[in-house]
Ligand binder design. Structure first.
Ligand SMILES: [Zn+2]
Length: 212
């Protein structure tokens, strides 16, 4: 039996929310919370009877966190890397590169994740890999036994995350991708924050920005 990854591309700029479940678990896990993520996930939970076990952030950029507070209000624990703490606690620091006038509620993080940490998510072994460059606290979640990685905005299909925002660095992102993403097994399916899924091997050998 295998991991189920449901993909939702949500407003306002087509950011993906992933809902992950496994036949052996009575919980589901949510990765990132763009606008409307809460009603989307709540409906899935109601229909499936699964409990929303946790909300895991790939990073703290506003388009990934807009519905985060609604998960807080429902008592769902949220997890992220501390180097993006500023974005979660004071989202207004992103005002110059968000949508003018848009409400950006802060998100409470229950527990901060660290590079190399192994955690259980819906009963599966997941390794957290710190992949800074697009944001200081970007992380990738690797489902070790499932050939699945959730990469946030570090790596996309034939592209990489923007590095023109404050706190970004192309050199750092390039090193993160080479050292902590291209070192995963080639047949690992990569689910990014925007756009279609890809694989480690496809990008390591064909990405126009960063090759292995
Ligand atoms: Zn981002």
């Amino acid at each position: 039996m295998s991991l189920s990854v449901q993909i939702f591309e949500l407003p306002p700029i087509g950011t993906q929310c992933y809902v992950v479940s496994h036949p052996d678990s009575l919980e589901l896990a949510v990765f990132d919370a763009p606008l409307n993520a809460w009603p989307t996930v709540e409906a899935i939970a109601a229909k499936s009877g699964l409990k929303i076990g946790g909300l895991y952030f790939t990073h703290g950029h506003w388009d990934h966190t807009l519905d985060g507070q609604k998960f807080n209000d429902a008592g769902v624990p949220a997890f992220a890397h501390a180097e993006d703490r500023l974005f979660f606690e004071t989202p207004e620091v992103m005002a110059t590169y968000s949508i003018p006038g848009m409400a950006m509620p802060p998100v409470k993080i229950e527990s901060w994740l660290e590079h190399g940490q192994r955690i259980k998510i819906i009963g599966r072994e997941v390794e957290v890999r710190h992949v800074p460059g697009h944001s200081p606290g970007s992380v990738l979640f690797w489902f070790v036994d499932d050939k699945v990685a959730i990469s946030g905005d570090a790596l996309f299909y034939r592209s990489i995350g923007r590095t023109d925002f404050p706190g970004c660095s192309f050199e750092q992102l390039s090193n993160s991708i080479k050292n902590h993403i291209y070192t995963l097994p080639d047949d690992t399916v990569v689910y990014p924050g925007h756009g279609p899924e890809t694989s480690v091997g496809d990008e390591a050998n064909g990405n126009p920005f960063v090759l292995r």
